[in-house]
Design a protein around this ligand. Structure first.
Ligand SMILES: *Cc1c(COP(=O)(O)O)cnc(C)c1O
Length: 234
């Protein structure tokens, strides 16, 4: 799709989205500065990235390592903060190490350990979020609480990781109450971990195109929007 089409699409969508974010923040007595909009550019071309940058949105989300790497090479703009938001395969860890602002999708202790080991070898700490499978769906990755508490606590203590907070996805549903309860449970889990000194990170990555307002009302600090900004992925 051409850059001109992306320009008009984004221009049409952005005001509306920013207004919704602001209203949701106001409704829940939160500061707008505490909420980051991540533009999910997965499956959209470079032209979409070039256009979104013109709107001064520099947090970009991708869900596959090869596509992430290609786009990083194609748009070497230092203002961009890249976010890896999709399932990360263990064998792709070396390719992504140190190349993003934040990996949102650490969904198992095995992956956490592998990433930590590679980071330690490289003499660095990787900034990550631990993904919580709050809806306990078998098709979803992520730590399930309380069944996997031990794994979660271990992942919080790995030397190569800096855990900035938690991430979750609501189940596929139209039911606002189910969405809200999912987000609320993860916010409460984060608070519990902070209160017990197990976690310092305050980031809560939750909310996509169809549920970001509810996510903000329930404490989200990062919303990940694809469709709402760019239209359906191609
Ligand atoms: C694709 C994706 C998004 C964006 O979803 P939209 O519904 O298009 O806004 C957010 N988070 C993750 C993890 C994704 O894979």
């Amino acid at each position: 799709m051409s850059q001109v089409i992306y320009r008009s699409r984004i221009a049409r969508a952005i005001t509306n989205i920013l207004e919704k974010i602001e209203k949701a923040a106001n409704r829940s007595d939160r500061n707008l500065e505490d909420i980051t909009l991540i533009a999910v550019t997965k499956s959209h071309p470079i032209s979409a990235i070039l256009e979104i940058l013109k709107f001064e949105i520099f947090d970009l989300g991708e869900n596959r390592v090869p596509e992430l790497t290609t786009k990083q090479e194609s748009v070497p703009d230092e203002r961009i903060r890249w976010h890896m938001i999709g399932h990360l395969q263990s064998r792709k860890v070396p390719a992504v190490l140190g190349s993003t602002q934040l990996i949102h999708s650490i969904d198992s202790l095995k992956l956490a350990k592998r990433l930590s080991n590679k980071a330690v070898e490289a003499g660095m700490r990787e900034q990550v979020l631990l993904q919580i499978n709050a809806s306990r769906e078998s098709t979803k990755g992520g730590f399930i609480v309380p069944d996997m508490d031990e794994d979660l606590y271990s992942a919080l203590n790995l030397p190569g990781l800096k855990v900035a907070g938690l991430m979750t996805m609501a189940p596929l549903t139209e039911d606002g109450i189910v969405m809200r309860n999912t987000f609320k449970s993860v916010r409460e889990l984060q608070q519990k971990l902070i209160d017990s000194g197990l976690l310092a990170g305050k980031v809560l990555s939750m909310g996509m195109s169809n549920d970001f307002e509810i996510a903000i009302e329930e404490g989200s600090t990062m919303v990940r929007l694809g469709t709402a900004l760019f239209g359906r992925p191609v």
